[in-house]
Design a protein around this ligand. Structure first.
Ligand SMILES: CC(C)(COP(=O)(O)OP(=O)(O)OC[C@H]1O[C@@H](n2cnc3c(N)ncnc32)[C@H](O)[C@@H]1OP(=O)(O)O)[C@@H](O)C(=O)NCCC(=O)NCCS
Length: 280
């Protein structure tokens, strides 16, 4: 995801003159609490007020920290077109308007955070609906129901979090869960001394697909310490899901095998491809 740009032009006292003026390019850094703010341009360039500029930057930084603290991300911020008003300079207003503009700019940007046990009801609802929409047509109704109940129930997500030590990252837009990715230890005999990992479930709400949320979730998962250090990350993807395969390939996953997707009735089904990504 590229930088988010905010353009602040606010007049508080002077009934026309702008007293809080700057632009900021905010590049969000997942899993990194760093907030670095640099000044790349002031206006007018010939009449500078270094002390005022520093005060304004500190306040902009405070505002950015206040907004991003709840989102668990850091940011690289470039401030430009900064105006230090010769008369009506109120540093605290830079914080206020930074918060207001950044909150508004982030309203549609998914927030990615780890799931808690309290999230399992909404998580299960998202996963079941997305799974049924994407794959329901390929299964007999009773096999679909059985699969949803066995693998995507509230209980199975709670078990994954509490007993299996899996991590589930959620994508939220406007406070609503619209995507998830689950990962943890690879449980198969060939796994190398418990160090190999599996990316288990990736779902994005049908109404939010194609907007980069799946990509952001996979990116966040691969940067998570549990996967970032792993020698091998493995996943299964349906052979007839070229979109997801393309997404995984872009992150360096390659097909290394295949296995039958088993359903409760034992009916013949198509194959899951096994993809893996080795540590560079
Ligand atoms: C696959 C999925 C998680 C991707 O999330 P997304 O937010 O739609 O993805 P992005 O917007 O980041 O797009 C990245 C890629 O995802 C793939 N993609 C997009 N929409 C998709 C869809 N409806 N179904 C499958 N793949 C899709 C494409 O490869 C896309 O890249 P492209 O634009 O070059 O074609 C999401 O579409 C989904 O939940 N699909 C149904 C369930 C599923 O297939 N899960 C993966 C199981 S292994």
């Amino acid at each position: 995801m590229g930088p988010i740009t905010i353009h602040v032009r606010e007049s508080q006292f002077t009934g026309g003159d702008h007293v809080v003026v700057f632009d900021a390019d905010v590049l969000l850094l997942p899993h990194d609490a760093t907030i670095a703010v640099t000044l790349t341009g002031v206006h007018p360039a010939y009449d500078r007020d270094p002390e005022g500029e520093q005060l304004a930057l500190d306040c902009i930084r405070d505002g950015i920290m206040a907004v991003l603290a709840t989102r668990n991300v850091g940011a690289l911020v470039e401030v430009s077109n900064l105006v230090i008003h010769p008369v009506d300079f109120r540093p605290s207003y830079f914080r206020r308007y930074t918060v207001r503009h950044l909150e508004a700019a982030l309203a549609d940007v998914p927030l990615i955070r780890p799931a808690e046990v309290e999230d399992v009801a909404a998580l299960s609802e998202l996963a079941r609906a997305t799974y049924a929409a994407a794959f329901g047509h390929s299964l007999a109704p009773e096999d679909l129901t059985e699969h949803l109940d066995r693998h995507l129930s509230q209980q199975s997500f709670a078990r994954a979090l509490v007993e299996d030590g899996d991590v589930i990252l959620l994508a939220l837009v406007g406070g609503r869960i619209v995507g998830c990715v689950q990962f943890g230890t690879l449980r198969e005999p060939t796994a190398e001394e418990g160090a190999d990992r599996e990316l288990r479930r990736l779902y994005v709400d049908v109404g939010f697909q194609g907007r980069g949320i799946g990509t952001a979730l996979v990116e966040a998962a691969l940067r998570h310490p549990l996967l970032a250090e792993a020698p091998r990350v493995v996943l299964d993807v349906w052979e007839h899901n070229p979109g997801a395969q393309r997404l995984y390939r872009r992150f360096g996953f390659e097909v290394v095998g295949e296995r039958c997707f088993e359903v409760a009735s034992g009916a013949p089904t198509s194959l899951d491809l096994i993809m893996e990504r080795r540590a560079p």
